[in-house]
Design a binder for this molecule. Sequence first.
Ligand SMILES: *Cc1c(COP(=O)(O)O)cnc(C)c1O
Length: 229
Amino acid sequence: MGLAENLQDIQERIRNSAARAGRDPGTITLIAVSKTHPPDAVAEAARLGLTVFGESKVQEAKAKIPLCPGRIRWHMLGHLQSNKCRDAITLFEMVQSVDILELAEELNKKADQASRTLPILLEVNIVGEASKFGYKPEKLLADLNAINNLRRLEIHGLMTIPPWTPVPEKVRPVFAKLRALKEECEQLLGAPLPHLSMGMSGDFEVAIEEGSTMVRIGTALFGERPKAV
Ligand SMILES: *Cc1c(COP(=O)(O)O)cnc(C)c1O
């Protein structure tokens, strides 16, 4: 199937999952994850109406973004090192992968130098997988106020990457835990957090049923990525 058919299929599945959960599908943003795919593929997806794209490496994004249609909004999804924060501020509308206080502080500093405010999501490692980045829930709650006090950052919500499984139903508890943790954060902050970024190609329908507002989809849209070298 081509990109247009893939997109139609995904949009229909988003609508159906939203309907099952009694949610308005308009509250769910499809983020096209274009990592490893060329600017041509991004341009084609943009022509089909997609406006928000995700990348996971600053270096790749830095080379690709200037070759893509200018109206696209880019989200950083991957692990971010302190020495890439300045570039990240220039390239991305939002950083979804803030996973440690020092990174938040560095992003705040670079955002201040650029005189901008940066929307962020806090990445949580719900299951505690050693192979994944992300805050442990208790550490997140401990750091939340310090991050909230950084003037140039706006906390918009939480993001998670669940363990891989061929059976999406198995990760439903992970998504439910992220939603519960968001509610705990809202209580601590005394303010609502609009976003839960959860759900990828293999599990986005379950994620939507559990309250996702941003699904990050690569493979189901663009096809398989070349194996990492
Ligand atoms: C690669 C990636 C995705 C997309 O994964 P697919 O399974 O290809 O849809 C989503 N989120 C993050 C953080 C990623 O790195």
